[in-house]
Design a binder for this molecule. Sequence first.
Ligand SMILES: Cc1ncc(COP(=O)(O)O)c(C=O)c1O
Length: 390
Amino acid sequence: MRKRTRVTHLPDVVVPPDNRPLVAPIYQTVKFSFDDVGETQRFWTGQRDGFYYSRESNPTLRQLELALAELQGRDACLLTGSGVAAIAVALLGLLKAGDHVVHFAELYPPTRTLVRRLLGRYGVVSTMLSVSDEKGLERTLAATPTRLVILESPTNPALKIVDLARVTELARSHGALTLLDNTLAGLHNHGEFDVDVFVHSLTKFASGHGDVMGGAVIGRREVIDRLRGDAINLGPTLDPHAAWLILRSLKTYFLRWDAQCASARRVAEFLATRPEVSRVRYPGLPGDPGHALAGRQMDGCGAIVTFDLVAGLEAGSRFAESLELFSIAASLGSTESLVVAPAMHAPRGLTAEQAAWTDIGPGAVRLSIGIEDVDDLLNDLRQALERVGS
Ligand SMILES: Cc1ncc(COP(=O)(O)O)c(C=O)c1O
């Protein structure tokens, strides 16, 4: 073999089967070959196991899929390149023209936009309610045959807790499927509820270090297999290197989650004592409207704390800019603390009535708590609050 050929046909290194690496390698390859055409055809027709093309499957992705499905308490998972891609694949795969969807004003805004703008163009009809309006949900499901109810709990950023036992039972009794964006609750929560499809942004707690994006759709095998058939043709694949980074981060998932929840609770308790703050929302606080429900439904209340500044919208920007340890940035659930100022989450695409349902006032600040020393975070919050005053 000449050198020009050798560089494209590299020497094989065979690791003996009884000599395993402790960390699985990254299968950073697009293609997998079989020894002959017959075996390739046997693979295509489902008569043998294997891998062929990484848009369809890849061993590194498979390992992450198995781990995530088990964490979420289901038997199958489909990975995507981002959280919104997971939401899009789930919605496109579950819905068809003429279907009716119930969604909520409190949902992550791109989900609402996907339902109304993109799926609306393909003949899907939708009703938007508030997640607090259980009676409205009951009335809507009774009046209109519904294919899908799209949920989030806790909601972002108002941190409302949805009664998942009640709502999933209500949907099931009316023949509707449920999809739960479980990103804020984490991968280990809510598996015991009768949710048909979970979606996650792996960009948040799963990867946890703010350096990789990903998404997951998790559910029963027959549902996920059907969605996978469409996803292969849509092509929102996760790259093997990103999957490997997320696998690496999973090892510290519970350490980070527990530390972030504990610090978030300390931050919420601290903010509740401050005169500059009119209201703190954190389901871990005994006075929070979702406290009892979160205590029953969740293991840890998450890393997000939302609070209202007495001094309102403009003070919110000054407050965020005065913080030294919190970066003004999107996203959540990473090792570093982040702040979203009130001016950054003005409701988009909602009527005044729907915006009121979200319960996000002009002074609402969202914090995502990282793994820094919590006393440093409290000192930073204290000095920034003193600057804006009440
Ligand atoms: C609740 C929720 N779902 C989905 C997403 C989208 O995730 P990604 O940014 O990975 O596409 C986000 C991002 O902020 C989110 O907060």
